[in-house]
Design a protein around this ligand. Sequence first.
Ligand SMILES: NC(=O)C1=CN([C@@H]2O[C@H](COP(=O)(O)OP(=O)(O)OC[C@H]3O[C@@H](n4cnc5c(N)ncnc54)[C@H](O)[C@@H]3O)[C@@H](O)[C@H]2O)C=CC1
Ligand SMILES: O=C(O)[C@@H]1CCC=N1
Length: 267
Amino acid sequence: MKIVFYGAGNMASAIFEGLISSSLLNSHDIYLTNRSSENQLQNYQERLNVNYSYDDIELLTDADYVFLATKPDDFDSLAERIRDKVQPGNHFISIMAGVSLNQIKTRLQTQNPIARIMPNTNAQVQQSVTGITFSDTFDAGHKTELFKILSSFGTALEVEEEKLHQVTAITGSGPAFLYYMYEQYIKAALKMGLEKEHVDAAVRNLIIGTGHMLEASELGIEQLRENITSKGGTTKAGLDALKKYPVEAIFTDCLEEAIKRSKELSE
Ligand SMILES: NC(=O)C1=CN([C@@H]2O[C@H](COP(=O)(O)OP(=O)(O)OC[C@H]3O[C@@H](n4cnc5c(N)ncnc54)[C@H](O)[C@@H]3O)[C@@H](O)[C@H]2O)C=CC1
Ligand SMILES: O=C(O)[C@@H]1CCC=N1
C-alpha cells in the first residue's frame, strides 16, 4: 500500500506518526510532500524512515491513498499543482475543515473516489476521534481498508457529510478547547500559593490521571464526579462556586462559533 501526504504539518504528522507507531504500515509505504520546506521533510525522513518528494508524478503513481492535508485556503494551490497528474487508482482523503466533497471533486476535476475525514491531533498517540464521509464512488473494499487505516490511530465513525461541521467543532477542534480550559485551571491554581513547577507537574498529572480513570472506569462522568464530592466537603464548595457561572453556555457559544466557521469554509 502506498500512502501520500500532501501537507506534512500539525495534523498530517500526527496521522503518519500514529500510523507508523501502530505498525499497520511500513514507514516506506508513506510518502510526504509539502509546499517548500524540504528540511522539514528531511527531518521526518531521518526520524521516521519515510519517503519524501516534490515530483508529483512520482508521488501519485501507484498511490492508493492521497491525503489532502493543506489548510483550506491553500487547497486551490494544491489542486493547481496535482490536477493534471491524478492517476486512476488515487483515492483522495481530505482532512481539510469545511471543504466539501463537491468542492474537492470540482477543483481537482476528478471522478476519483474521495473521502473526507475529520481527525484530531490525538492521532499521534493512536487516540484520535475521526469522523468520515465518502463520495459515492468509494467502493466497499477501499472503505473497509480505509477504516482499518483510521482505526490504527484511534476510533472512526461514518457520518453524513453535513454532520462533519459538528464533528469538526466537537472533536476536531476539541483538544484545543480542553487545552484552553486546562491553561485557565493552571492560571487559577498558580494564585493559590504553590510553586509554578509544582503546579504545572501536578495539574498535568491530574489531567492524565483523570483521562485514565475515564478509560478504565465503567462509571459515567457524572458518577465519577459525585464519587469525589464528599458531603459538605471541599469539592462541593468548589462546585457550588463553579455552578454560579454559565459554563454550559460558554461551551455552547464556543461550539456554535466553530460550526459557523466550518460552514463558512464550505462556501
Ligand atoms: N491541526 C489540527 O488539529 C487539525 C487540522 N485539520 C485540518 O488539517 C489541515 C492542515 O492543518 P494543520 O496541519 O494544522 O496545518 P499546517 O499549517 O500545520 O500544515 C499545512 C501543510 O500544508 C502544506 N502545504 C500548503 N500548501 C501546499 C501545497 N500547495 N502543496 C503541498 N503542501 C502544501 C504546508 O507546507 C504544511 O506542511 C487543515 O485543513 C485543517 O483544517 C483537521 C483536523 C485537526
Ligand atoms: O482549526 C482548524 O480549522 C482545524 C480543524 C479542526 C482543528 N483544527
